[in-house]
Design a protein around this ligand. Structure first.
Ligand code: HEC
Length: 169
């Protein structure tokens, strides 16, 4: 009985030995780990670019309310939000640079962005320019002046969304 068990164990041991040289189990596991790491990194890319866009929406909200007359004009708040938007707009081109189209991730970014990234970056720069102009205009303390500059900003948001953002779904 003891002998038989020893023989079985030996046989199993040999099978394992025989399998391991050609078995690519270890390599397969490594590859899986690399893929998971890359997917995690790609997910972060999408999360960051959505976060900066979400913050842009958060920055424009109070200004939009004042421009529409839904909220009383507060020049200080308006300028503060314009400054925040200008800071965020500087980030967008860099945050969209990484092409993670190969990953199966939910995103509203159209794949065409990376067919002509220079064009996308140009639209992002337009927003940097218009939001900096908005900071200057908002410092006039004049709602009409600030509203005109805000319209330019909203046009720049729309120009890029029309071209490179899927409709909400
Ligand atoms: C240069 C192009 C570009 C400009 C300019 C731009 N956006 Fe976006 N925006 C995008 C793209 C692309 C997405 C989709 C991102 C994704 O889903 O990965 C997006 C998504 C968004 C979203 C949804 C974020 C989410 O949670 O999924 C909001 C809100 C938004 N943008 C607001 C704005 C506002 C406000 C402005 C102007 C002040 C603006 N964007 C200007 C390209 C742009």
């Amino acid at each position: 009985m003891k002998l038989l068990r020893a023989a079985v164990i030996a046989a199993i041991g040999m099978t394992v030995l025989a399998c391991s040289p050609q078995g690519d189990g270890a390599n397969g596991a490594d590859k899986g780990a690399v893929d998971a790491k890359e997917l995690k990194r790609a997910k972060k890319v999408v999360e960051r670019r959505e976060a900066v866009m979400g913050l842009m929406g958060w920055s424009t909200g109070p200004m939009s309310g004042m421009v529409k007359g839904d909220a009383p004009y507060d020049a200080e708040v308006f300028t503060r939000q314009a400054r925040r938007l200008a800071g965020l707009s500087e980030m967008s081109a860099d945050l969209f640079k990484a092409d993670v189209r190969g990953f199966d991730l939910h995103t509203e970014a159209k794949p065409e962005i990376w067919d002509d990234y220079e064009d996308f970056a140009k639209l992002a720069q337009d927003l940097v320019d218009s939001s900096n102009a908005l900071v200057a205009a908002s410092q006039s303390g004049d709602l009409a002046v600030a509203s005109q500059a805000f319209k330019e900003v909203a046009d720049d948001c729309k120009a890029c969304h029309d071209k490179y953002k899927e409709d909400d779904h």
